[in-house]
Design a protein around this ligand. Structure first.
Ligand code: UGA
Length: 443
């Protein structure tokens, strides 16, 4: 099929590359000329395992193209995906200005019947707004090409996006038109080798809602476990054991119940807020989902509080080695990363920071911690330790999982670890003489 993907962010780029990989002819369009020029050369603006070679391969195979010319790309297009950002508006609702702008541009340039797919995470009712925006422009042009707006939310995880797209747990297609549904079914058929059961079709509004509910449910699991972790500490239980104890019940399951320093990233915080806002706009107070957000805000500072409990309110003259800045491993994404909040809290109290992350240091240095003083960046995890009063682990990158603890002891001023991701065996560390602080278990 001939496809256009508008917006070359995470979702757009991964979707475009994966559709091309399946033999479609895909043009990815963006207004950012520099970005498009780089993409044409195979230069990817984000770190996502497997994406770069896939893009390069498909550029070479002439299945993947990059352009700033939406009009040209729509000339032979059958399905156009809107994958532009929906940033959080000041009031917490999703800001649809880019989505609706693209809808109007599609209306301006389309020259044949078209399926328009909302791939961005958009609130319930957006497909209707996209339809109205396109209709208005087509009417003004005095043309009447048929089109259908479909909701096809994306469920990919950063760091594992290619896998998620190529072997999806499920694909949700929301459409109020049978023909459009069939077209989407044939587009996705190659991704389901054994059975098409995992292609779930429904009406547009339910599909739009599904995306928010999936993210809010996952965020709820995390906040629930973080709250449980805090209670475990108080009552002398070990959340790591409790987690295994409850996860073994297949109705609960093991996934997404790891306590830590709170969820971050570009999706959960934004989508949880937007769902609360949508409910409020309809006169409903989403109490549980609101609490998920509050618990998460509090959880982001738990590690900083542990440091203060150990060293006192005034941290001046102290240095902390931070291992991990990204909001999770396998990404350079720092959006809403707990590390930002924790580092700011420590610096505010006078501490000096020595940080290392395998991928996110540029993001931190140039954007997220740009205005935070007293943060120095190092090229390796062991270098950060020299002269530091404690190590604080904030992202569970594989290279942090089994470090040389003797080296840690040798480099740190004192053998103290604050573990915001519960990565280590506390018994072993204590035997080696470490003071070890983790989430959800008394030290
Ligand atoms: C999330 C969803 O998992 C995807 O399904 C969804 O498509 C995506 O948002 C989106 O809306 O685009 P992502 O933001 O990439 O994906 O990250 P996750 O792997 O879900 O992790 C989110 C946060 O939860 C991270 O900060 C992670 O550290 C935290 N987390 C996750 C926990 O604290 N505990 C857990 O058990 C699991």
């Amino acid at each position: 099929m001939n496809l256009t993907v508008i917006g070359t962010g995470y979702v757009g780029l991964v979707s475009g590359a994966c559709f091309a990989e399946m033999g479609n002819r895909v043009t990815c369009v963006d207004v950012d000329t520099k970005k498009i020029e780089n993409l044409k050369k195979g230069i990817i603006p984000i770190y996502e395992p497997g994406l770069e070679p896939m893009v390069a391969r498909n550029i070479e195979n002439k299945t993947l193209f990059f352009s700033t010319d939406l009009k040209e790309s729509l000339r032979k297009c059958e399905v156009a995906f809107i994958a532009v950002g929906t940033p959080m508006g000041e009031d917490g609702s999703a800001d649809l200005k880019y989505v609706l702008q693209v809808a109007r541009e599609i209306g301006e340039h389309m020259v044949a019947p078209l399926i328009v797919v909302d791939k961005s995470t958009v609130p319930v009712g957006t497909a209707d707004k996209v339809t109205a925006a396109m209709r208005e422009v087509l009417d003004a042009r005095g043309v009447d090409f048929s089109f259908h707006v479909v909701s096809n939310p994306e469920f990919l995880k950063e760091g594992d996006a290619i896998n998620d797209f190529m072997k999806p747990d499920r694909v949700v297609v929301g459409s109020d038109d049978a023909e459009a549904t069939e077209k989407m079914r044939s587009l996705y058929a190659p991704f389901f080798r054994s059975s098409m059961d995992r292609l779930i079709t429904m009406d547009v509004r339910s599909a739009e809602m599904t995306k928010y509910v999936a993210n809010a449910m996952l965020a709820t699991k995390i906040s629930f476990m973080n709250e449980v972790a805090n209670i475990c500490e108080l009552v002398g239980a070990d959340v790591n054991k409790v987690r295994i104890g409850i996860g073994s019940d297949s109705r609960i399951g093991y996934s997404f119940i790891y306590p830590g320093s709170g969820y971050g990233g570009s999706c959960f915080p934004k989508d949880v807020k937007a769902l609360i806002k949508t409910a409020a706009q309809h006169g409903y107070t989403a109490e549980l989902i609101g609490a998920v957000e509050d618990v998460n805000d509090r959880q982001k500072l738990v590690v900083a509080q542990k440091v203060v409990d150990r060293f006192g309110e005034d941290l001046s003259g102290l240095t902390f080695a931070i291992w991990g800045l990204a909001f999770k491993p396998q990404t350079d994404d720092m959006r809403e990363a707990p590390s930002i909040y924790i580092i700011k809290e420590l610096v505010k109290r006078g501490a000096q920071i020595q940080a290392y992350d395998p991928k996110a240091m540029d993001e931190a240095r140039h954007f997220y911690l740009k205005d935070v003083p007293k943060v120095a960046y190092f090229d390796s995890k062991y270098e950060t330790l020299k002269g530091a009063d404690a190590m604080i682990l904030l992202t569970e990158w594989k290279e942090f999982r089994s470090p040389d603890f003797e080296e840690l002891k040798a480099q740190l001023n004192a053998p103290i670890i604050f573990d915001g991701r519960n990565q280590y065996n506390d018994g072993k560390l204590r035997q080696m003489g470490f003071e070890y602080y983790q989430i959800g278990k008394q030290s």
